[in-house]
Structures are given as structure tokens and as C-alpha cells.
Design a protein around this ligand. Structure first.
Ligand SMILES: Nc1nc2c(ncn2[C@@H]2O[C@H](COP(=O)(O)OP(=O)(O)OP(=O)(O)O)[C@@H](O)[C@H]2O)c(=O)[nH]1
Ligand SMILES: [Mg+2]
Length: 441
């Protein structure tokens, strides 16, 4: 799939920058140069390295309430300045070639004044300009961020869901936790998945953590109680994880050097899976291919070689190698279970898509099919689409799963509860919104 990438606010701009970097590193051409980033802060783009200067737009900066930090956590101000500067924003969109892409994705931190506020206005604009689907990637704040941020995200989420064709969510809190278990060196087994689940659940329980400052810094702070492992994680790490998942999913099939696949992942499968609207989540798991398997797994073994050499080259892949059906099956399960950008009850999904990327010889069709059936049963839907992305020289196999329109999401419930509790201590204007749970602006 080809997508125009539009980043709004610091989180959005940094994520787009990371995606552009990753496009270059992986050879997956998702955007074809159709990128734009917006911010209200004059120096909002200081961290960017890969988005060209000509694709960076500052707006609203002449408004008297906009300071050096832009909308500075105030989404109403974000909305106001975006509406005032709407002609300028539309002109910036002229740089995007919508005829070259299958859709657009707007990326923003929902807790930001610019991301959550102006982001909604930009989504609205994109929907009027682009005739193709307009998706959003929304980042949910961590639990140790101030109440104001939780309230902003709880307000922005329904407007994003209302305006976008689908909103993929990335939960900073759950991901900090999952990265912890990666850092601790846990493996693919059930223990690790359970640890990730537990920490995500703890995070939810901690949602009512006290108000703290320091959200503006790029370094994410540790959770309540200052668990050591969380200090290893900063936004850069989180952005790599988010960008990698997004690119593996939306960029599947966009590899410049891709060979022909029988069951290639394609744009129409993605669009169909996302057609449900609502909130979606992406899971991913990777399996390093077993060096004890085929010694040169990406090369067919010529039949004219002496038998002894052929046996040696083939290794013991049949018994222990990566083509083992159970391994492929387990990989897909691991991607869908406890390894999602937004933890949720997977049986609440409406549709699902699974993409398997790696050397074609390393994929057991039997394993892939049984994993797909498992996903059908677990998600309780017959709509599980599947596709391949052949990467003949890859040393690992990656499963990426998209669960669309998930409705049982403890983190969203906790965020909303915290926001409702917090709004009394915040300004009056916020109250009606959350009590009705309605579109805000
Ligand atoms: N994953 C990730 N989350 C981020 C990053 N930066 C900020 N966030 C999250 O996004 C929220 C909004 O922060 P910003 O993106 O800095 O805010 P903004 O959209 O620029 O809006 P204002 O600064 O308030 O005008 C924060 O509360 C964090 O939850 C980032 O680089 N990566
Ligand atoms: Mg900002």
C-alpha cells in the first residue's frame, strides 16, 4: 500500500521522521516522498533528520496565545489556530500527490494541544481533499503523564474515530512495558507474553497515578515507583517500534526488490480490513531463522550437486529448521497475543489481517494456514485475510497482525475514567464533553 504520511505536533513529526528513515533502511517505499509535518511550535522540528525542510510547516505561530512551545497542551487553542490558518494548511497539502497513493495516514500524539486538537482539524481537511481512505495513527499517553494529558487524549480519541476511516492506536504505556521484557532478554515463550500482559495490566491499574510534570521532554520518565527497566526506554525507542510495525503492515508488498509471491499481501486486503472504522491495533513477532536448518536457506539446492553435498546444504531443516509448521503457527500467535500496539481482548475484533514476511522457503504453508485458523477462532471472525511478503535474503521470519475495530480495550476505559475524574479539577469547559462521551469540537 502507498500512503501519504502527515505528522502533527512533536510526536507526529518524530514518528513520520522515523518512518521515512525506516523506509530508506528497509527498502520499503510506503510514501513515495509524500510526507508532511505540521507544528505550532517554531522549533518543533528540531529533532527531525529525514523529513525534508520543504515538507515542514509551522502554523498558528502569529496567534497571540501561541508561545514558543506552540499550543502547549491546550487542544482548544490547537483547534482555533488550525481553523484560522486553514488556507495555509490547505496550501501545504498541495505538496501531496494523492493520485500516487492508496490513502493517507495522519499521525499525532492524542494528548498534545497540537496533535489532539489541530490534528482533528487536519484530519477533517484531509478527508475533504483526499478521495481515498484517511487513516490515523494516534499515540495514547503513558500513565505518569499529567491528568491534563489524559483528558486531552480522552477528548481527542472520539473525534479522531469520528473523522478518520480507522484509527490505529499506539499505547506508550503498554509499549514501555513490552520493551522492558525485550530488554530483560525474555524469549518467545508464554512466560514472556504473560509478563508483557501483566505489565500492561499493571499500567492500566496505575492509570490514576498522580499528576506529574515533564511531559515535554523527549525522554519518557519511569513509571510510578520508578521501576528501573523503564528508564531504558525513551521516545526514540518507542518510535522505532511504532514505525517498524506500521511500515511492516502498510508497507508489506512495497519492497523495491520484492520477488513475486503467490499470496502477496496487497493494498486491497489492508483497505478491506480497515473498512470497519473504529480503533485498531497491530501485533508483531519475529523469529530468527535457525542456523541449524538449511545452511543457505534462500538458495535452491541444484540437483546436479553430489548427493552428500546436497544433504549437507539442506541441513536438518526438515526436523528442526524454520519450516517447522508449529514454529510458524506459534509466531503468528505470539504476534496477536500480548504483543499489540494497543492491548485488547482480541475476540472483540471485527476483522483481521496477517502478513508473513521472510524467505519464501522458510514459510510452512501448513503452519501459516493453521495459524490463520487459530486467529479466526480467537477473534471469532471469518474475516481473517492473509498475505506474504517474500524477502529471500532475510535471516528472520516476521508475522504482523492487524486487528480491526477492537472494542474491548481496558486502556481506553481506564483513560476515560481518569479523564472524567480529573475534569472536575480542570476547567469547566471540558465537563459536558466527557459526560456525554461525544464529539467535542
Ligand atoms: N510515542 C511517542 N509519543 C510521544 C512522543 N512525543 C510526545 N509523545 C506523546 O504525545 C503526547 C503529546 O505530546 P506532543 O506530541 O509533544 O504534543 P504536541 O502535539 O506537539 O502538542 P503541544 O506541544 O501541546 O502543542 C505526549 O503527551 C506523549 O504522550 C514521541 O516522540 N513518541
Ligand atoms: Mg508540541
Amino acid at each position: 500500500m502507498k500512503l501519504a504520511l502527515v505528522g502533527v505536533g512533536s510526536a507526529g513529526a518524530r514518528l513520520v521522521d522515523r518512518l521515512v528513515a525506516l523506509e530508506g533502511e528497509t527498502g520499503r517505499n510506503l510514501s513515495n516522498g509524500n510526507v508532511l509535518v505540521f507544528d505550532t511550535a517554531a522549533d518543533g522540528f528540531a529533532d527531525l533528520e529525514f523529513v525534508p525542510e520543504s515538507r515542514r510547516a509551522v502554523f498558528g505561530d502569529t496567534h497571540p496565545d501561541i508561545g514558543p512551545d506552540g499550543a502547549d497542551g491546550d487542544p482548544d487553542l490547537g483547534v482555533t489556530v488550525a481553523r484560522e490558518d486553514v488556507h495555509e494548511l490547505r496550501r501545504a497539502f498541495d505538496d501531496l500527490e494523492f493520485t500516487e497513493v492508496d490513502g493517507a495516514v495522519l499521525i499525532a500524539g492524542l494528548a498534545g494541544g497540537t496533535g489532539g486538537g489541530a490534528g482533528a482539524v487536519l484530519l477533517e481537511e484531509l478527508q475533504t481533499i483526499c478521495e481515498k481512505p484517511v487513516y490515523a495513527l494516534g499515540v495514547l499517553p503513558a500513565v505518569d503523564e499529567p491528568d491534563r494529558r489524559a483528558l486531552n487524549a480522552a477528548r481527542a480519541l472520539p473525534s479522531f474515530v469520528d473523522l478518520a476511516d480507522n484509527v490505529v492506536l499506539f499505547d506508550n504505556e503498554a509499549w514501555r512495558s513490552t520493551l522492558e521484557y525485550v530488554e530483560l532478554g525474555a524469549d518467545e515463550d508464554a512466560d514472556a507474553a504473560a509478563t508483557a500482559d501483566d505489565t500492561a495490566a499493571d499500567a492500566t491499574a496505575d492509570e490514576n497515578a498522580d499528576d506529574q510534570d515533564g511531559v515535554g521532554s523527549q525522554k519518557a520518565t519511569g513509571g510510578e515507583g520508578g521501576e528501573e527497566a523503564t528508564s531504558l526506554v525513551d521516545y526514540d525507542e518507542l518510535n522505532r517500534v511504532a514505525a517498524s510495525r506500521l511500515l511492516s503492515l502498510f508497507g508489506a508488498g512495497e519492497l523495491e526488490s520484492m520477488s513475486i509471491a503467490e499470496n502477496r499481501a496487497d493494498a486491497s486486503d489492508l483497505a478491506r480490513t480497515l473498512e470497519t472504522g473504529g480503533v485498531s491495533t497491530i501485533g508483531q513477532a519475529e523469529l530468527e531463522l535457525d542456523p541449524a536448518g538449511a545452511r543457505v536457506p534462500w538458495l535452491p539446492i541444484p540437483s546436479w550437486l553430489p548427493a552428500g553435498l546436497r544433504t549437507w546444504l539442506a541441513g536438518d531443516a526438515a526436523e528442526a529448521g524454520p519450516t517447522d509448521a508449529a514454529k510458524v503457527n506459534r509466531l503468528v500467535r505470539r504476534a496477536a497475543d500480548g504483543n499489540l500496539t494497543l492491548p485488547c481482548e482480541i475476540d472483540s475484533a471485527d476483522r483481521a489481517l496477517v502478513v508473513l514476511s521472510g524467505p519464501p522457503d522458510a514459510v510452512s504453508r501448513k503452519g501459516f494456514e493453521s495459524a490463520r485458523h487459530w486467529l479466526e477462532r480467537e477473534t471469532d471472525t471469518v474475516e481473517v485475510l492473509a498475505g506474504d511478503e517474500p524477502r529471500p535474503r532475510a535471516s528472520s521470519l516476521t508475522a504482523t497482525v492487524l486487528l480491526s475495530n477492537v472494542t474491548a480495550v481496558p486502556r481506553i476505559d481506564a483513560l476515560q475514567q481518569r479523564a472524567v475524574a480529573a475534569q472536575d479539577s480542570l476547567e469547566d469547559g471540558d465537563r459536558e464533553t466527557l459526560e456525554d462521551g461525544e464529539f467535542i469540537w
